[in-house]
Design a protein around this ligand. Sequence first.
Ligand SMILES: [Cu+2]
Length: 443
Amino acid sequence: MFSRRGFLGTAALVGAGAIQGRVQAASIPEAPHMDKAVMQPPLHPTSGPDYRPVVTLNGWTLPFRMNGDWKEFHLVAEPVVREFAEGMKVNLWGYNGQSPGPTIEAVEGDKVRIFVTNRLPEYTTVHWHGMIIPSGMDGVGGLTQPHIQPGKTFVYEFEMKKSGTFMYHPHSDEMVQMAMGMMGMVVVHPREATFRPVDRDFVFVMSTYRVDPGTSLPHVNEMTDFNMWTWNARVFPGIDPLPVRLGDKVRVRIGNLSMTNHPIHLHGHSFAVTCTDGGWIPESAQYPETTTDVPVGAVRVFDVFADNPGDWAFHCHKSHHTMNAMGHDVRNLIGVSRKDLARAVGKLAPDAMAMGSTGMAMGNMEMPTPDNTLPMMSGAGQFGPIEMGGMFTVMKIREDMARNDYRDPGPYRFPQGTVAYEVASPGTEPARQPAAPIQKMKM
Ligand SMILES: [Cu+2]
């Protein structure tokens, strides 16, 4: 029964909670720090409702402490050095030692208190993208709160009203701070562990940078011509693979805080988009896909049944986004005789290398690169060069993998007779059937 007495009691409790919240916020929890850019093991829940924790590609989950019935987290906004892949380090801004910041993980109904300390040289805020929270906790500098000045700590307090996948980023000198890498993901698990459970759960956010070869700071004013297309501020071959046990139900949560859309494609399977940053998609509205476009400022989550063992490419389908540093203003020389060209160029620049008249495959080419950049395409597989960069990694589905094992299982051992193979060449032009003459059409 909803009695007046009960109503008053509840109202009084809510009031007391709010006041108590402010008092307890005086004691700030420690801020964990991460110095590695490799996937950290999932953080299993030690209290409260059970859930299967996520793993963050080349990242980690922020530990919390319980204070009464509040989950307390501490983010520190600060300059960081992020390694995009071996051989390239970039000066970014991020949180708690890395960019992107750690994944914040909680359960629907949790009361969370998130401390944000600003160690940047300018003010900042944190906006909780997609989350249903009170307006004053929304983190829009000037509009919903004062900016957090350097050296200051603010507290955000709200209830995780709905489960799903969300993002966090500044709403304060936003163009610069996002271009410098300030972002992270928020995963809120359903209260009921039986709601759409999966065996493995991966999360990452996409961001892009223009870092000129030989430099280590992104151009924050760049709008379109990026040369580093990253998943969690890593590029292939620096992106962690997604190790999966054959038969697992797998969830992949993808945020996009870059300046363009990314059509994300998985080989060897079909999947269904099950959730966006707006919430869970009803089963009746799901349909099979192999590529899903992740728009700017959005989250797409897909669930896939990993029933096909092997090494499966997983990448953005914009071909320039699976490249590392490259110039985009280059002419197509396929089919052009390069003899005259080489002679002409040779007069001007004796060391120049004419290339590209048969294509641009360069997987076998060793070229010196400037300091602190990455070859346009690289990575080696068991059969040769992979010739990829940027937003590319591999979902590795294996039969012999333990339930909670996220270690890279190495290259796939293909069963005999299952790999595409070369046949003995007949040595002559294959006979081709002449095309039938086109009939005159009667009008
Ligand atoms: Cu893309």
